[in-house]
Design a protein around this ligand. Structure first.
Ligand SMILES: [Zn+2]
Length: 244
């Protein structure tokens, strides 16, 4: 079986992307993609001073509604594309700000960016635990992943803590075609551990423009190189389950 085409990391005009959700969806349909996820930025750190982000509840509501609208269009036109609702959270944002604005039960995928140390793991764990204590999230919890994760930060120390964290919370590692250096052979131990522990992997390219939403070949090659096809298939199964 050949692998479906996915890109689960795409930005739109709701943050620093150049195109609207509607334009992205129409292009993804034309290109024959199977699964895409819109993942605009959420931040109140330095990043929010430089780029536009999903910075308030009203804007997030409009964003999610626009994605719902496109999902209805896909259904009506009977297209094979599967469209998901995501967000990319900058973990240098403040915890209160995240808790106040991000209601996980409204999303299919939450990506965390800039995980670089053990404090970052503790921060994400704490967020997840807080979210899980909230009953509104008890019957629908999103998939969670690490965007453009750079293994170099954990190769010398903290490797076991990282792996324990990925297993305990079912965290996905994204293969991002825009950052080939993160898949270097010097991280082979890390990728072998992902395989051995059944950690899910996903594919995204951090697309900010229509011209590159299909640029995911590099990520597929790396997944094949490290024999992680089954880990990707597990993710696809999880996406399929979310459709129902
Ligand atoms: Zn991104």
């Amino acid at each position: 079986m050949s692998l479906p085409k996915l890109n689960l990391h795409i930005h739109t005009t709701y943050s620093d992307g150049k195109n609207t959700i509607n334009q992205i969806v129409k292009t993804a349909i034309k290109l024959g993609l199977d699964y895409i996820c819109i993942t605009d930025h959420f931040s109140n750190s330095w990043k929010s001073k430089i780029i536009s982000t999903l910075n308030n509840l009203d804007k997030i509501e409009r964003y999610l509604e626009e994605i719902s609208h496109c999902q209805a269009y896909i259904l009506k036109k009977n297209k094979k594309l599967n469209l998901f609702k995501g967000v990319e959270i900058d973990i240098s944002s403040s915890e209160n700000y995240i808790i106040h604005n991000i209601h996980p039960n409204k999303f299919d995928l939450i990506l965390f960016e800039y995980l670089e140390n053990l404090e970052g793991i503790a921060f994400i764990k704490n967020l997840i635990e807080t979210w899980k204590r909230d009953r509104r999230n008890s019957n629908k919890f999103p998939l969670l992943g690490l965007a453009h994760f750079d293994p170099s930060f954990f190769m010398l120390s903290g490797f076991d803590v990282l792996l324990g964290f990925l297993k305990q919370y079912n965290i996905i590692i994204e293969f991002n075609s825009s950052y080939p250096r993160f898949y270097s052979r010097k991280y082979e131990t890390f990728f072998n551990k992902l395989k051995k522990n059944g950690i899910m992997v996903s594919i995204g390219c951090d697309s900010h423009h229509l011209s590159n939403i299909k640029d995911v070949e590099g990520a597929y090659e790396m997944i094949k190189y490290y024999n992680l096809e089954d880990n990707l298939k597990n993710l696809i199964n999880s996406l399929e389950m979310r459709k129902n």
